[in-house]
Design a protein around this ligand. Structure first.
Ligand SMILES: Cc1cc2nc3c(=O)[nH]c(=O)nc-3n(C[C@H](O)[C@H](O)[C@H](O)COP(=O)(O)OP(=O)(O)OC[C@H]3O[C@@H](n4cnc5c(N)ncnc54)[C@H](O)[C@@H]3O)c2cc1C
Length: 470
């Protein structure tokens, strides 16, 4: 084996976390290498997660809009629609993204190795290429960004043909007539609502009384309502006793209460598991947490100061957006560069309808301040909502007990994941509720909802003043 090549920074994994770590290092003038076991750059986000799922979602929305806007034609989704037809654009998007990433790495002088990395010691990495050649690499800073994979629960026979996980769901050739989705998290809820919008009979099964437990209750209630109005079913508080393929055409799911659900296909989406086992971390002296994640401090630094962990392998929130920021921050810290002020992480959920959140929700606000003021704007009261047929939506502003300062924003409805950023900036700059009234919003926009919700809070403030004065 040839002697080890030395770099200032080595990044293992080329997903959103790894990319941003590598780019930050190169921008600071450092010699950087990225090791990736897949042929393409971009990680699970590009090939199996965000980009393919959002492409399918876009197709589902386009079909929904066609159906809604057609008053004269009776448009319906034909049965047996090839999934590939709904995913036509994904190859182009993935190719364009891969090419962009490749060029970006090249432009910034970053070395790219296609191979599987593992540790020989805390400073020495062995990279095994696909043709079996081993190469040794040392680095001053090592960033582990190996991401995660779907968790496979014991006893559920995932065969990737009838019983699928989020990596294999889009390999289905035809849209099934019915789909059982196990799980109540983001991936489960997103796919459940996307397939329901495509006309598939979807049953979402979870142990909890509502999906997306970490989100504002009112938002989730509206989402479940819309999912069920669209033909989906949420099976709450249910544990699975047994799942089997009947050998002919159906997946048979037996719940603990005895209910039996038959469906053409099943999607198992019950969480993610970090990709850390193959790295031979014991050679570094690092150990994993009970949950199998890597423990890091607020700078994403592990117990070994020159080794950092970023992205999905740290556990929640498991979002590409936060993975990117962790990658950037980790390298800034390693190089002694300012990381910048850390801000609240926005949550964007691409269910149909979308949901988004930033800062404190109503329950968290009450837990901290005992009392909060909440302003609401319903999309059907906003001109743009009416014009665009986006009436099923709600924007909530959560303010401190006096109704002066913004604590958080929660939105359900199409456009939520974009709209949330207005609230994010306001929160970061300690925005007042009055500032939403004093600023002029374009008309007609959904963003006008901020003004309407703020006026709602102003009304509550006035009522309170009047009752105190009386
Ligand atoms: C269905 C689905 C939809 C999603 N939608 C969204 C969304 O809308 N918005 C959002 O923000 N997030 C979304 N996510 C989450 C997002 O995809 C992840 O948070 C993000 O990809 C994590 O980035 P990462 O860099 O940590 O890991 P990954 O993107 O998983 O990248 C890790 C990389 O490391 C490589 N690797 C692993 N082990 C080794 C090794 N030993 N040697 C070399 N390379 C290795 C892997 O091949 C992989 O390319 C979604 C996820 C799923 C599953």
């Amino acid at each position: 084996m040839s002697p080890a090549t030395h770099y200032d920074i080595v990044v293992i994994g080329s997903g959103p976390a790894g990319q941003k770590a590598a780019i930050q290092g190169a921008k600071a003038g450092k010699r950087v290498a990225v090791i990736e076991r897949e042929p393409g750059i971009g990680g699970g986000c590009v090939y199996r997660g965000t980009i393919p799922s959002k492409t399918l979602r876009e197709s589902a929305l386009q079909l929904e809009r066609t159906k809604q806007s057609s008053t004269t034609l009776d448009v319906c989704v034909p049965p047996n629609i090839p999934v590939a037809a709904l995913m036509r654009r994904v190859d182009d998007v993935v190719k364009a993204h891969g090419l962009y990433m490749e060029n970006q790495l090249r432009r910034n002088g970053i070395s790219f190795f296609h191979g599987r990395a593992k540790f020989c010691s805390a400073t020495l990495i062995e990279m095994l290429s696909i043709d079996g050649v081993k190469q040794l690499i040392t680095a001053d800073t090592i960033v582990i960004a190996t991401g995660s994979r779907p968790r496979a629960p014991v006893g559920i026979p995932i065969d990737h043909e009838n019983i699928l996980d989020s990596d294999s769901i889009l390999s289905m050739i035809y849209l099934p007539r019915s789909l059982t989705v196990l799980g109540g998290g983001v991936v489960a809820s997103e796919y459940a609502s996307i397939f329901a919008a495509l006309g598939v009979h979807v049953t979402l099964v979870d142990r909890a009384d509502r999906p997306l437990q970490f989100l504002d209750e009112e938002l989730v209630r509206m989402f479940v309502q819309s999912f069920e109005q669209g033909g989906g079913r949420y099976c709450a508080g249910q544990a699975v006793k047994d799942v089997r393929w009947d050998g002919i055409s159906q997946v048979v799911t037996t719940l603990l209460d005895g209910q039996m659900i038959r469906s053409d296909k099943m999607l198992v989406a019950v969480g993610r598991q970090p990709n850390l086992e193959d790295l031979n971390l014991s050679a570094t002296g690092l150990t994993l947490t009970e949950k199998g994640t890597l423990a890091v401090n607020e700078h994403c630094q592990t117990a070994i100061p020159h080794i950092y962990g970023v992205g999905d392998l740290l556990g929640p929130p498991g979002l590409a957006s936060s993975a990117m920021e962790q990658g950037r921050r980790a390298v800034c810290h390693a190089l002694g560069l300012p990381e910048g002020r850390s801000s609240d992480i926005p949550i964007g959920i691409y269910t149909i309808p979308e949901m988004a959140s930033i800062g404190l929700d109503e329950a968290a606000g009450r837990a901290r301040y005992r009392e909060v003021m909440v302003g609401r704007a319903r999309f059907d009261e906003i001109a743009r909502g009416q014009i665009s047929g986006i009436c099923n939506g709600l924007l909530k502003l959560v303010a401190d007990p006096t109704g002066e300062y913004l604590l958080g924003v929660q939105i359900v409805g199409e456009g939520a994941t974009e709209l949330i950023h207005v609230g994010q900036i306001a929160l970061q700059h300690a925005g007042t509720i009055d500032s939403f009234v004093e600023n002029i919003f374009n008309f007609p926009t959904l963003a006008e909802g901020y003004r309407i919700a703020a006026l709602d809070i102003l009304g509550q403030r006035q009522k309170r003043l009047a009752s105190t004065a009386a």
